[in-house]
Design a protein around this ligand. Structure first.
Ligand code: NAD
Length: 295
């Protein structure tokens, strides 16, 4: 069993760290929020003193941080992970961040003889708790092979997407599909309302027709057809509109830097920006239907 340092014990990180404890690993956690570290300790983990100590004392480091800014600080700072970890330490960053930062950090790690993967996730807090996350992994074959057993303790589907940064590339492409498709499904329900077509009828037909997609059949934005979707609980998140906007902006940054044409991705980012600015940042992203209905 391995000595693991886990940095970033938020909504996702804490349940992921707890699954590593359950798998028998020695997990030392670090977060600016002492209560989260307390919860890890209550469940058999330990508290790490700081990033430097966590890096020096661990065979594996997992990070689950809000954005590229925190990832840069924690990995590349003067007392950060890259400066402090022993050669051969395995680094797993599961935060959702920009591809450029992921590749820069992986290069710095490689130059120090460290093995690194970017391994962002899909599956939300429920998936983190149940240990059923999907990991999209970027890194060398060697780094992937070493990371896989640890990822399997936290997830169900582990896909090697290619070299460094490709996990993040897969994540932002997937979430661009999701953002666009949620708006498309919501627009269809709003139009159906105007046309006098019952929402359940549209669901029954489209869920078995060519309009079928995850945003419709798993996360339906109107209450009723899919009882587990956030629409049935006043669009409580789930996956917040602010997080969707973050991912759509990452996709747009990547599209600009690679000159990829993503006109619907750009529109989706602009629509979610207006939704977030309307005071709904913390609402589930499927609540976009209410915003569209009010236009
Ligand atoms: P969160 O804000 O709940 O957790 C982030 C944690 O990092 C916080 O507890 C914060 O205190 C801690 N932190 C920030 N800077 C730190 C530092 N310098 N040192 C130590 N701790 C620090 O966010 P989350 O929902 O857990 O998401 C984490 C990442 O996972 C994000 O990149 C997000 O986009 C991604 N993600 C989230 C979901 C979801 O449904 N919540 C789903 C998929 C991916």
């Amino acid at each position: 069993m391995a000595k693991i340092g886990f940095i970033g014990l938020g909504n996702m990180g804490l349940p992921m760290a707890l699954n590593l404890v359950k798998a028998g690993h020695q997990v030392s956690g670090l977060d600016m929020n002492a209560a989260s570290v307390g919860k890890l300790r209550e469940s058999g983990g330990a508290a790490a003193a700081d990033v430097k100590r966590a890096a020096e004392d661990s065979e594996v480091i997992v990070t689950m941080l809000p954005s590229g800014k925190e990832v840069r600080e924690v990995y590349l700072g003067p007392a950060g992970i890259v400066a402090s970890a022993k050669p051969g330490t395995l680094l797993i960053d599961s935060s959702t961040i920009d591809v450029e930062t992921a590749r820069e950090v992986a290069k710095a790690a490689q130059d120090k003889g460290l093995l690194m993967v970017d391994a962002p996730v899909s599956g939300g807090v429920g998936g983190a708790q149940a240990g059923t996350l999907t990991f999209m992994v970027g890194g060398s074959d060697e780094a992937f092979a070493r990371a896989k057993p640890f990822l399997e303790a936290m997830g169900k589907t582990i896909v090697h997407a290619g070299g460094a940064g490709n996990g993040q590339a897969a994540k932002i492409c997937n979430n661009m599909i999701l953002g666009i498709s949620m708006i498309a499904v919501s627009e269809a329900f709003v139009l159906a309302e105007k046309l006098g077509l019952d929402a359940q009828k549209l669901f029954d037909i489209s869920s078995k027709s060519s309009g079928q997609c995850w945003s419709l059949t798993t996360y339906c934005p109107v209450p009723g057809p899919v009882p587990t979707s956030p629409a049935n609980r006043d669009y409580q998140a789930g996956f917040t509109a602010a997080m969707m906007l973050k991912d759509l902006k990452l996709a747009q940054d990547a599209a600009k830097s690679t000159k990829a044409a993503t006109p619907l991705g750009a529109d989706a980012a602009a629509i979610y920006e207006r939704y977030v600015q309307s005071g709904e940042a913390g609402r589930d992203f499927s609540g976009i239907i209410r915003y569209l209905r009010a236009q």
